[in-house]
Design a protein around this ligand. Structure first.
Ligand code: 4AD
Ligand code: MG
Length: 433
């Protein structure tokens, strides 16, 4: 019995006989010699069958090979140029595959999304998933190094945390209705009063009827919350965090980013500190760039692109008007029209990457805001308790994983930044019937 190996380890087995199970992702023959490109999830390699070194029965089996069938080969590992290939002595087809739907020709996006479960096998999608996994690793790594405690936030929620218009409701037995969480923030605030620096990292849901290249119905968000941090200290943390994740990911995943055709130079220069401008100066910039710009509203995709174009690096916009931001954001004691909030806009038109703020820690002001936002006070009793029993200054932010992955990979749309995207306008997700 030959030793079972993975493609990524072939270099360790040069000149040895090995066994490998893998899918066939390309094949061609020129009569006396046949080539397979094999993929086992750890990499790809070429396997060569020829009349001299391959058993005759195995050689004849080549005619039954089809795209994405599963094979087992017994082979010798040989160095070939800069890589390693397999000189096959025996070939077995373990599992057939007929008429694999994703051929080499270009397919439309809808077709690929219908076949997302198979599309994931392509080289490009595998590269994205590896980058995503690395980004997730460095997100945890950053907060663990900074002595944050990871706290899991609940998914079923009695009420909105980010605004009632984008809630997904769920039947809750006979008597009631609950909602899928839009953010873990409110519960992180409770955890922060117990553990000081905490973060959650999990799926969040927004019933937003937006078919843009930045919106998902279900996305992953990392949300740190820190006791005794001002919004300014929080921006400093956010920029160190983004730099850390970007720099480590591009260092460790250069091969994958090359497959994606990403211009790494644009990412290498992502170094903190990032520019920080007030909402008011952002509006002044936009007025010069767009005749039809009106201030006082949240920025749209075009505004965010124009701002990121101006700076060419991530830029913080802070001090948004309080009436366009969430109920929990603390108002500025110098100007009660403003909130101590900030967004971080990604370069290259990738839009809002981070949203954060100092939290309202004054019980009366918070009660007023809950009413003003038409939220039901009874659902926030527990949240208000945090202001009743030792209210503390605290701040935090949320970063959308898919937006970060989209930017790092240089993708056109967030749908490729998550393994199984849930998108507005697709009433079914995976192919049916
Ligand atoms: O700005 P948002 O809505 O902030 C919050 O949810 C806060 N409670 C976070 C906090 O302070 N703990 O969302 C934060 C980030 C955005 O900047 C964006 O990156 C991402 O989440 N995001 C989305 N990503 C994909 N699809 C969507 N529909 C998104 N909505 C927000
Ligand atoms: Mg936001």
């Amino acid at each position: 019995m030959n030793q079972k190996v993975s493609i990524k380890d072939l270099a360790l087995f040069e000149a040895q006989e090995i066994e490998l199970k893998a899918w066939v992702c390309q094949f061609r023959s020129s009569g006396k010699i046949a080539f397979l490109v094999l993929r086992d999830g750890t990499g790809e390699c070429q396997a060569v069958l020829n009349e001299e070194s391959t058993e005759i029965k195995s050689f004849e089996l080549f005619s039954e090979i089809s795209l994405e069938c599963l094979v087992e080969v017994q082979a010798k590992v040989k160095k070939w140029k800069e890589t390693f290939e397999l000189e096959v002595s025996q070939l077995k087809i373990l599992s057939s595959s007929s008429n694999y739907p994703i051929a080499k020709k270009a397919h439309g996006v809808d077709f690929l999304l219908d076949n997302r479960h198979l599309w994931l096998r392509s080289k490009r999608q595998r590269a994205i998933l590896k980058v995503r996994s690395e980004v997730m690793r460095y997100i945890h790594d950053f907060f663990q190094r900074e002595n944050f405690v990871q706290v899991s936030a609940p998914i079923l929620m009695p009420t909105a945390s980010e605004g009632t218009s984008s809630l997904f409701s769920v039947d809750f037995f006979e008597e009631n209705q609950v909602f899928l969480s839009q953010s873990g923030q409110l519960h992180m605030e409770a955890a922060s009063s117990a553990l000081s620096k905490v973060y959650c990292f999990g799926p969040t849901f927004r019933a937003e009827k937006s078919s843009t290249r930045r919106h998902l119905l279900e996305f992953w968000m990392v949300e740190p919350e820190m006791a005794f941090y001002s919004y300014k200290e929080t921006m400093d943390l956010a920029e160190r965090f983004v730099e850390y994740v970007v720099q480590n990911t591009i260092q460790n995943k250069s091969e994958e980013l090359e497959i994606l055709g990403r211009d790494i130079k644009k990412l290498e220069k992502i170094k903190s500190p990032f520019p920080k401008i007030t909402y008011k100066s952002a509006c002044d910039i936009l007025k010069k760039k767009r005749a039809d710009f009106t201030s006082g509203k949240d920025f749209g995709a075009l505004d965010e692109s124009l701002l990121s174009e101006e700076f060419g690096e991530p830029v913080f916009v802070y001090h948004y008007p309080k009436n366009i931001k969430a109920f929990y954001m603390k108002e500025d004691s110098q100007n009660s029209d403003l909130s101590l909030s900030f967004d971080l806009l990604a370069p290259e038109s990738y839009g809002e990457l981070v949203g954060g703020s100092e939290r309202e820690d004054n019980l009366e002001l918070l009660l007023k805001k809950i009413k003003k936002h038409d939220l039901e006070e009874k659902h926030f009793k527990w949240y208000l308790d945090l202001r009743r029993y030792g209210s503390f200054p605290h701040s935090g932010f949320g970063l959308g994983l898919e937006r970060l992955v989209c930017w790092i990979c240089g993708l056109d749309h967030v749908r490729e930044a998550i393994p199984f995207p849930r998108l507005y306008g697709r009433s079914f997700f995976e192919k049916e019937g």
